[in-house]
Ligand binder design. Sequence first.
Ligand SMILES: [Zn+2]
Ligand SMILES: [Zn+2]
Length: 353
Amino acid sequence: MRKFPIFLVIDVSESMAGDALIELENGMRQITADLMTDPYALETAWLSVIAFAGRARTLTPLTELPEFVPPHLPIGGGTGLGGALVHLMDEIDRNVSVNTAGQKGDWKPLVFLMTDGVPTDDAEPAVRRWKQSYADRVSLVAVSIGGGGDHAVLSQLTDDIIPFDDTAEGAFKKFIMWITNSVKSSTRSVTAGGGISLAKMGDDVSGGASGGLPFEAVDDRYAVFVGRCAKSRAPYVVKYERHLNQIGSQDPRLAELFQRRDYLLKAAVPVQEDYFELSDGSRSEASVSSVQLIGQPDCPHCHAPFGMALCGCGSIHCVQGDGPAICPWCGKTGNYGVSDGSDGGFEIERGRG
Ligand SMILES: [Zn+2]
Ligand SMILES: [Zn+2]
């Protein structure tokens, strides 16, 4: 039986932590259930899920639709797009059969590559390999989440770049519908010998009407920090979303003041140790001052009220309040005072997601 291989390659970097990954996880269940009712997809579709942050990993190997169980999506640090492509190409080599003298190979694979960030690795060699040996025999659709994908790199991989505005109302519901419908129509079209057939996403979600999304410097849309619980040592990710104070003023000095970039607390989510396996291990140069951070999360593990205590070693952990506490990263005891923000703040290193 010739299979129609579909790869979901999902960016699980820190900036995706919280709603986006939860929505995608639930969405995969919806997609599977929906495709099961489609006789064409049921007969030919095989699904695989690959997650990538600083490193890439196959979460579900290529599996025929009735056997497919949507995986849990982990979180990692970094956006290793080059590494993800290499991983994908190796998976295609291993699992997709090509035409041989006596036998027809599988149908042309379809890849949905979803990313919200600029690569933190050098993607050029992987892009070259893709263009040389895969571009002609694999259909790749790049979904730029929040308009945050690196369009310069993505446009070398495919003409199909879909900007997806994840902040629009009901965005993920429509997005999941779009994937489902695109898979259904592509199954029909590809098994009839044609190319892929993408469904319409709707201008409100794809940013199609305005011809682009309103993010001018998307890679600092989020400030993301990795902490550890002082009690359990378990890691967590704290995500702040950029908030531009754009209050119009004729006075340039006032306007500049109001342009200051603040970040509002968005989520603090527990992650597992596999966070570090999916991260590329390098630390980012970018730092944010604590005075730009608005809101302080509870520890998502032990619910200590302060989840953003900064040790002298530069790492973040939770504390109960004022007084001495042991840093779960370096093991040293520090004396913590809860800041009211009037001391000018401190610099915190940001994650790279
Ligand atoms: Zn804790
Ligand atoms: Zn420390």
